[in-house]
Design a protein around this ligand. Structure first.
Ligand SMILES: Nc1ncnc2c1ncn2[C@@H]1O[C@H](COP(=O)(O)OP(=O)(O)OP(=O)(O)O)[C@@H](O)[C@H]1O
Length: 439
């Protein structure tokens, strides 16, 4: 069955309204599809998630249950970028020369600057211009205020300025996992080669660095070696160094000895500018009264602003409702009601929906069932990162033997994330959904 026939068959299975609303807006990526995979393209994230959730199974049925053809959904922009990257241009997630993966959509030019973040923004730009002028630079602030965005922006700008620069961009958690893996395999030389020889070491969420004493010692030596040869270290954290629990005194002192830049909660004007920018990116037109309402109602987390915009987009396109003041109030009210503490079961539910399996299949490890192993790894990863679930609690929830079985899952998914930018996007999507609503 050729690709046009697949869409035609699918069209017959759904209502004309549904077709016009969703399916007609999906196209084939002829260029990147092959015998073994079919790639569908959507214009925006909302549409992408919708078709993935609602049509993937139908397409699988049309192809035949036993078909090995992989069905992939991608953003149009991503697909073009993938091609561009072949020409050494941009791509949403890009592997730098040293295998670090960074999000190219986080740049200085799309970072809205206000009083709350000006200092962090300016110092971040400085370290791109003048390596080691502020060393280390630690950007801290509450969640969702743009720390990771700035770290990615540094990475992208350095790369643009000098594609041969050795840049390592990594989260502290991943660095620790890599350390353990190298230690276990007696390949610490490679760990040192990677981290000590870089021009820029960019570490996200450095508050998770405070793991074992040995690791902190290794990090201390890495840190000194980079600083001694004028390599630049930039870190982000949710708190200032002296408040990072279990971080050794000497590391606290090193971190505080450089430049620290705090990102404060955004003031109204900055929030208004951010709402405007996010609406523009999503092709949403709002009048100034609505923009003001959004900016005053949403507190300080910019991720939350993005969530509301996605929600408004959904109202606009699924319900065909124009975005009025009433719609916005409605969405804001719903979100207040839906806000909840994320539990382990919420994570299991959202991952189960995504992979079209039952939550119980994730929890009890049904052998041989497609996607279950992957889903279990993703649950472990999200539980560790989002609700800081302990190893024993994960082992208990997922019926895993012990601590080291959990550790193996984390290692495996971390490796996959390093290799597969789409997996990272998939997981980020699931996390946003978790944060947005009760699944
Ligand atoms: N000033 C800004 N201008 C435009 N977008 C922003 C700005 N600040 C944050 N964002 C966007 O908000 C989202 C959350 O930001 P980011 O992930 O950088 O937060 P964070 O401070 O690293 O949060 P966390 O501590 O939870 O990791 C991202 O999509 C980012 O691009």
């Amino acid at each position: 069955m050729n690709r046009t026939e697949i869409l035609a068959t699918l069209k017959n299975q759904i209502s004309p309204q549904e077709y016009n609303q969703y399916l007609s807006k999906i196209s084939f990526d002829e260029q990147h599809s092959s015998e073994s995979k079919i790639i569908f393209l959507a214009d925006n994230l909302f549409l992408l998630n919708w078709v993935k959730r609602n049509y993937k199974e139908n397409i699988q049925n049309i192809l035949g249950k036993d078909s090995k053809v992989e069905i992939i959904f991608r953003l149009k922009s991503e697909s073009n970028l993938t091609e561009e990257s072949k020409n050494n241009s941009q791509k949403k997630y890009i592997m730098k020369n040293n295998q670090s993966m960074t999000n190219t959509e986080c740049r200085f030019d799309n970072f809205i600057v206000g009083e709350c973040n000006r200092f962090a923004y300016e110092t971040a730009r400085e370290v791109v211009q003048y390596r080691a002028r502020y060393n280390p630079l630690l950007i801290h602030g509450n969640t969702g205020l743009g720390k990771t965005h700035l770290l990615n922006a540094i990475c992208n700008a350095v790369y643009r300025k000098n594609p041969n620069a050795m840049i390592v961009y990594i989260t502290a958690e991943t660095m620790f996992n890599e350390y353990r893996h190298r230690l276990h395999n007696r390949t610490m030389d490679q760990f040192r080669e990677r981290f000590r020889k870089c021009d820029y070491l960019l570490i996200d969420d450095v508050q998770f660095l405070a793991k074992t004493e040995k690791f902190q010692e290794e990090f201390f030596n890495t840190f000194n070696e980079i600083i001694n040869v004028n390599g630049q270290i930039v870190m982000t954290s949710d708190k200032p160094p002296k408040l990072i629990e279990k971080l050794e005194k000497r590391l606290k002192s090193r971190f505080s000895g450089g430049m620290t830049a705090k990102i404060e909660s955004p003031e109204l004007e900055t929030k208004i500018n951010i709402v405007k920018q996010k609406c523009q990116q999503n092709d949403i037109m709002l009048d100034s009264e609505i923009i003001n309402l959004l900016a005053t109602q949403i507190h300080d987390n910019i991720r939350e602003i993005e969530g509301i915009i996605v929600n408004l987009y959904a109202h606009m396109s699924i319900l065909k409702m124009p975005i009025t003041l009433e719609t916005v109030k409605h969405v804001l009210k719903d979100r207040e009601i839906e806000k909840h503490e994320i539990t382990f079961d919420d994570i299991v539910k959202i991952v189960a929906i995504e992979y079209n399996i039952k939550p119980s299949e994730i929890k009890t490890k049904v052998r041989g069932k497609k996607n279950t192993a992957k889903a279990r790894k993703i649950v472990t990863y999200i539980a560790r990162n989002q609700i800081h679930a302990t190893f024993p609690s994960i082992a208990a929830e997922l019926n895993l033997k012990d601590h080291s079985a959990v550790s193996k899952q984390i290692k495996s998914i971390t490796d996959e994330l390093q290799q597969d930018p789409h997996l990272k996007m998939e997981i980020e999507n699931m996390i946003s959904k978790l944060k947005l609503s009760n699944p």
